[in-house]
Design a protein around this ligand. Structure first.
Ligand code: CO
Length: 549
């Protein structure tokens, strides 16, 4: 039995959970020197959405943030969150970019790399772990925690074994939705401690209200590190408060060594800071959400579903969709409901309900998931559903051999006139479009876009307000078959030419809705007679897109 160590997440997960990752480096610099004296095990201060947000919204260099913080806080180890082969982005990046990214992060001052894969497909973590070991960082392998009949203790032990074979330095239970209950936390930590001779860390969120109690039981089971945030930036959808956990452990043998008096002073600073950012704080972010316990749908996904249904004018169908989500999740092999999988399952469930026919409309992201592009699910995908989704197309969970091809020089050649330092090439390789805008605006004072209150931050381009208009409807039937839009959304692509023959079930339109790309197929074979929309148009359910003669 020993004292528990405490990681502080205030500079990464806490503001990602509560204020859409908008905390600026200058606001951190004023306090991080004091935070460095507390005695935290580590600062989780980089990675996740911080990279994207820095260049997209804050006009800040994400790399400089590490250096600036390190100058003022040299003592406490710096920790980052890495999404396996996706690094800090939303797709698989080539192996050489993974190496370059890890090397640069390590050289800037990241000590501990927490790596995870949303599907616990450990192969997606292999290259990043090798890179971390090569440059000398601490590789922490994280298990994405979720609840399902296949996510048993044996399942997690097996996944951990695979990570341990890659020579990780510690294990993290990453409960991103706040689903772990106290006894499950106890049993999982105990099994991990019994099976492996490695430090174990528990990361959870207060979303459902259980996290502090689950931490307590995890500590009783021998967990080495818990993730907390400083008072004003704790609870809600964030981590438990460091002060709360400290007080809970006060009369126990696990009592932490941190300088709690200093934490109280630091909390005053964050209290004022929270006031500054309060426009970004949504009611959902600060309220305990017990629906998670009822539907096992994470808070972020629930608010996403509600706002999507509002866009679809179908808020009254929420209850049906909440019942459909677990069915779709089961059929798709129980993916953990975290980004992007929560979006994939949520969109499919919504379409199943709104179209009145299950798997009638299938977004390309769902097809790609079933084809294996996101990795291997924990349980096999239902064979009949697989057939409905991809027909006779092949499923492959093999890593794309293309990822092995060197790409760095190509990226460098593309931006050599725009870069100021070598790391800019990595920034560009990760987010080509927004990196270019950022390079242009760098150093200038720009109007920072304020995200709308009570809304999730859009990852995809929002549809411009001016594009909202009703598509002209054909005055009369001209003998052809009408193809009507099965859902509201924006016309992303028009495939096929007027006057040319089309086959039944061939793709004619791609409509973007719910951040997914939905292929709209021809209802009949014939000639594409007329197209009533153009790319960028916003359509409503029932709008005629085209006629086929
Ligand atoms: Co988290």
């Amino acid at each position: 039995m020993s004292k528990v160590k405490i990681t502080d997440t205030t500079l990464r997960d806490a503001h990602q959970s509560l204020i859409a990752t908008r905390l600026e480096t200058d606001d951190m610099l004023e306090i991080v020197g004091e935070m460095d004296k507390v005695g935290f095990h580590s600062f989780e201060m980089w990675g996740g959405a911080t990279f994207d947000t820095a260049i997209r919204y804050l006009n800040e260099d994400p790399w400089n943030r590490i250096t600036k913080l390190k100058e003022i806080a040299p003592k406490t180890p710096f920790q980052m969150l890495l999404r396996g082969q996706n690094l800090v982005g939303y797709k698989h990046y080539p192996d050489d970019i993974v190496y370059k990214f890890v090397e640069a992060s390590y050289n800037r001052g990241i000590d501990i790399f927490r790596i995870f894969d949303a599907l616990n497909d450990i192969r997606n973590m292999e290259v990043p772990i090798k890179a971390i070991k090569k440059y000398g960082g601490h590789a922490q392998g994280a298990l994405s925690y979720t609840i399902s009949p296949v996510h048993t203790i044996d399942y997690y032990i097996k996944a951990a074994e695979e990570m341990v074979a890659l020579e990780i330095d510690s294990i993290c239970i990453k409960d991103m939705a706040g689903l772990i209950n106290p006894m499950d936390a106890y049993n999982l930590v105990k099994s991990l401690k019994d099976n492996f001779d490695l430090p174990v860390c528990l990361h959870s969120h207060c979303t459902s209200g259980m996290a502090p109690t689950s931490y307590f039981k995890a500590i009783e089971a021998g967990v080495d590190v818990i993730d907390t945030a400083i008072g004003p930036f704790s609870f809600g959808t964030s981590q438990p408060g460091v002060e709360t956990m400290y007080a809970m452990l006060e009369n126990t043998e696990y009592k932490s060594d941190i300088d709690i008096e200093r934490v109280y002073k630091i909390a005053n600073y964050f209290k004022k800071l929270k006031e500054k950012y309060k426009g970004l704080l949504s009611e959902a972010a600060v309220t305990t959400n017990t629906q998670i316990l009822h539907f096992q749908i994470p808070g972020g996904m629930m608010s996403n579903l509600v706002s999507q249904l509002r866009d679809q004018n179908a808020e009254d169908r929420l209850d049906e969709i909440l019942l459909e989500v677990p069915k779709v999740r089961k059929e798709l092999g129980y993916p953990p409901l975290v980004t992007p999988l929560s979006q994939i399952v949520g969109a499919q469930a919504t379409l199943n309900v709104l179209t009145g026919q299950r798997y009638k409309l299938i977004p390309s992201e769902v097809k790609n998931y079933v084809k294996g592009l996101y990795g291997k699910p924990a349980a096999p995908i239902d064979k009949n559903i697989e057939k409905l989704i991809i027909g006779d197309e092949k499923v492959s969970y093999e890593k794309s051999p293309e990822l092995k091809n060197p790409t760095y020089q190509k990226f460098k050649d593309e931006v050599k006139d725009k870069i100021k330092k070598e790391e800019d090439v990595i920034t560009y390789a990760l987010f080509p479009d927004i990196a270019l805008t950022y390079f242009e605006n760098r150093g200038k004072t720009i109007q920072k876009p304020k995200p709308e209150k009570h809304h999730k931050v859009e990852k995809t381009k929002p549809v411009e307000e001016s594009q909202h208009f009703h598509v002209k409807q054909p005055a009369q039937s001209n003998g052809g078959t009408s193809l009507r839009s099965p859902l509201p959304g924006a016309v992303l692509k028009i495939i096929g030419e007027v006057g040319k023959p089309v086959k039944k079930d061939s793709v004619l339109f791609v409509i973007s809705a719910m951040k997914m790309e939905n292929e709209i197929v021809s209802p009949a074979s014939g000639i594409l007679q007329k197209v009533f929309v153009k790319e960028g148009d916003v359509v409503q359910t029932g709008d005629v897109l085209a006629t086929i003669a």
